[in-house]
Design a protein around this ligand. Sequence first.
Ligand SMILES: O=C(O)CCC(=O)C(=O)O
Length: 307
Amino acid sequence: MSAIDFRELMRLEKRRMRMQKSNSPPSKSKDLNGVNNDTVESTHSVDTIEKFSDNLLGNDGKTRPLHKDILDDQLSKVLENSQVGAEVLRDVFYIEKLLCPNFERKLTQWLKSLPTINNNERNVTSTGGIVKYHGKWKRLDFARRSVAMFDFRVVKEIPPLLQVLIDMLLRIKAFPGTHPPNHVLVNEYQDQEGIMAHTDGPMYLDRTATFSIAGGDVLFNFTKRKPDDGVDDDSNNDVMQLKLHGNGSLVVFTDDAYTNHCHSINDRIHNSVEYASCKCVNAVEGEQIQRGHRLSLTFRHKFEEAI
Ligand SMILES: O=C(O)CCC(=O)C(=O)O
């Protein structure tokens, strides 16, 4: 049994694209079944987070070192107090509003300014390929989204805005100091776009932290991974759903949620709207979720030997 990694995800997304092109009807997404979980309020300290976020940028709009009056011990509790799916899936943590609007704006502007790689250029293998793709947008037509990747094992210079986010993730203890985030994948979605069910795989430390910016909200689904192939397209196996707010939220998932569950965002929605299911832990069943332009920044620690 091997966990599905990005390459496998791309392969599956390409396969699905081919199937759709050959007029195969897309597999029907079934209604979500199961127990009704009451909406769980996140109990993080709003004060601490707001203070923290406000200190990310100075009045001049430049990033600055984090303010000293924000105590590490307060910060280290922010995440542990934000466990959102405790009764269903223990290792999922969610903070609805972590980034302040000023920082979010800067980050969005900077991401938009990244160059785009020519899709016709052929990739080269190993580190040469990584350097070529580093910090550039690439349109994945078969997957219907754009991605930009940063691998700081290979390119050592970390852009200041990403450094701020890495520092933040370390200070709230989303990552251990021994294994800081060294890999960032930025996904850009339009309102109809999503990502197939997958796990991030064993090339990374078993934790993923994702910031959502640019406005569009989405429903993030956790499904139980099938033991045989790691892929789960069967919505009967839905375990938990989380509304990811599109203006500066953070979701972190680790351990069992990382290893034994797939995550996905639906791409078969109509009129830019989807509805929270009974498995949603932070929106009531039936709540209308307004999709839109969304950028996600996913931070991971990639092991040294992984390609
Ligand atoms: O956009 C997201 O929130 C999810 C991204 C993701 O699952 C991935 O890049 O593997």
